[in-house]
Design a protein around this ligand. Structure first.
Ligand SMILES: Cc1cc2nc3c(=O)[nH]c(=O)nc-3n(C[C@H](O)[C@H](O)[C@H](O)COP(=O)(O)OP(=O)(O)OC[C@H]3O[C@@H](n4cnc5c(N)ncnc54)[C@H](O)[C@@H]3O)c2cc1C
Length: 291
């Protein structure tokens, strides 16, 4: 496998990078870690005469606390930087745990969060997690900045809401409400996850036997072309006594509502079964952690 020849551009700012990409049009593409794009080019699945290297754009890097409890993750942050970030370990430890399961340490050391999301491979751990966490994608074209909710960023198989020349610059996580917990579970048949499920639950004030769910999200990823938000209405008001039964009902709805893509490794029925099992377990874990 040999990489075909191309001209390399190394902009120093977001503005320069997005202008270059707009000028190059279909002849150019951005890359960061290159774990997806360079492989696709080696395999002959993609071809570009020009590549725009984003690694030297400092404004795309860094992980920092924002406001009271939110976090900004630069799009060029590697999985490994996220996994080991003290800021994230303090505010979103579940995100560090989720990222530590992505691929292997070699891919995590060079692959970036932005590259994962912008490539829009359906088998993505961060995609499900960020939807459940209510993240926003910060995007920039020239000087124009817009925020896209995570739920609207992935638009189809290998497709995003980014306009030509527009870059993902950062992912913003909102402050997490009190008594909120997340649980991310995954199942792999090959290298990448066949099923990813993230549950986020918030409990109303009051503890022990009076704990009751006030907000819930359940996202199923990797089975369909884009992550799917399951109907969680049945969980509202669920408490210690009836949580398990309601979680099973919610997981059942997630399994029947998702739309598995044809997969050589697993039938649609098997994938739905995996979704049910993992969704029920993720909900239980989130409830226990939040209680
Ligand atoms: C062996 C292997 C196993 C894997 N296992 C998993 C797994 O278990 N779970 C999982 O979730 N993922 C997995 N992945 C995917 C991995 O997370 C991605 O390969 C990696 O994050 C991509 O980042 P990158 O910087 O290398 O992307 P690149 O290859 O540099 O870029 C990918 C695409 O994104 C675009 N892009 C990159 N950055 C930006 C930006 N800031 N703005 C706009 N466009 C941009 C590029 O133009 C390109 O089209 C695996 C990958 C491999 C190779």
């Amino acid at each position: 496998m040999k990489l075909p020849p191309f001209t390399l551009h190394r902009p120093g700012s977001i503005g320069q990078a997005s202008r270059l990409l707009a000028d190059l049009g279909d002849e150019g593409a951005a890359y960061c870690g290159g774990t997806e794009l360079l492989l696709a080019m080696k395999l002959g699945l993609a071809s570009y005469d020009h590549l725009v290297d984003l690694k030297r754009v400092d404004a795309l890097r860094g992980i920092s606390a924002v406001g009271s409890g939110g976090v900004r993750i630069g799009a060029a942050s590697t999985h490994r930087e996220i996994e080991t970030s003290a800021t994230l370990r303090a505010s979103y430890p579940e995100l560090c745990a989720m990222i530590s399961q992505v691929a292997n340490v070699r891919v995590r050391s060079v692959g970036t969060l932005g590259g994962n999301l912008c490539f829009a491979d359906p088998h993505s751990d961060p995609a499900s997690f960020l939807l459940a966490a209510g993240a926003a994608m910060v995007c920039q074209h020239g000087e124009a900045i817009r925020r896209i909710p995570a739920a609207a960023f992935l638009t189809g198989l290998y497709q995003t809401a980014l306009a030509p020349g527009e870059l993902l610059t950062a992912v913003e996580l909102p402050p997490r409400p009190d008594r909120t917990a997340l649980s991310h579970l995954r199942f792999t048949l090959t290298e990448r996850p066949a099923v990813t499920v993230t549950a986020m639950l918030t409990l109303a004030a009051g503890g022990g036997a009076t704990a009751a769910v006030s907000a819930a999200r359940l996202i199923v990823g990797s089975v369909g072309s884009v992550p799917f938000a399951a109907d969680t209405a049945v969980l509202t008001g669920a408490g210690t006594a009836d949580f398990d039964a309601r979680a099973a009902e919610c997981a059942e709805r997630a399994a029947s509502g998702c739309a598995p893509l044809p997969d050589g490794e697993a039938s649609a029925g098997y994938l739905r079964h995996l979704v049910f099992v993992h969704a029920r377990q993720a909900l239980r874990e989130a409830f226990t952690r939040a209680s």
